[in-house]
Design a protein around this ligand. Sequence first.
Ligand code: 0X9
Ligand code: ZN
Length: 326
Amino acid sequence: GLSMADYHPYGDIVAWMGRIAARMPTQARVFSIGRTVEGREINGLKIGNPVGDSSKRIIWIDGGIHAREWTAVHTTVYFIYKIINKLQRREADLLKVLDSVELVVIPVLNPDGYEFTRTEPRNALVRMWRKSRSNDRCATDRNGKQTCCKGVDLNRNFDYRWAETGTSFHPCSEIYHGAGAFSEPETRNVRDAILNSDLTGRIDAYVTLHAYSQLWIYPYSNKKQSYPADIADLKKVAARAVNAIGKLFGTRYMHGTGPEIIYAYTGGSSDWAKEKAGIKYSYTIELRPSYYSWNGFVLDKSQLIPTARETYDGIWVVLDTVAREA
Ligand code: 0X9
Ligand code: ZN
């Protein structure tokens, strides 16, 4: 298997998912949402009992939309590991959830960026890359000088109030939103999988993992007091999830909308999932370490399993909620 105490290359994660699916073909299936700019396949694992039963509700979990956020990738991998273990042991609480729910897990939405950050982990400019590896885009400054830069912040490229707040028109910016909403293949693949595939109309939760700050965030992110109509439901589940996270090791998470607890921005995946795709429980989770840490993107390996374990407990609240309401 894959060591849960370490980070892993994208190819190893995909191969590992393939071995799981080969071993448990009626319960796990590898799928692809399409390719990246550099031609990598964006693969995920569907887990169900049995997998592929179109009468089940769907919970979507993704990680690694931001290249440097390796803990988010690790935590989705651990999530798969833990669910598969429980399934093999036929644990009753999981079997009950899987009576009405199928899990769709995509560990790395931005594999080009993720692999780029792994090429030179001691070079901060490489390790701290955030965006995709989209081809050079150029901007002309007021002196007529051209600067060109690679990459789009994929979490600014979704079609929810695209380019309104907390994003940049400059291709060299860390938060460059792209040439237009869904200008990037990676975000279009997510859009099409959600709006136009066998999953469509069945997704009750969209959970996207990021690092860092220990936050459990619900829509909307464009400004304060911008809420969906069912905000009370999202808040209730978030509060329970944060409470479950804290129970294991005492890790303190905040929950709320982004602008209330950290900052406003638009074009993010979870706002789009809520507003445009109509997915009820849509959350952005910022993992360890806390907001006050310096350079929290580089999390010591000793913290990987504890981080993933507590997050699993938080996500379990979403699974349990969706299964009960199904
Ligand atoms: O800015 C983002 O895309 C996310 N944070 S990150 O540091 N992982 O890049 C989302 C931030 C949380 N949501 C809001 N601030 N609204
Ligand atoms: Zn992020």
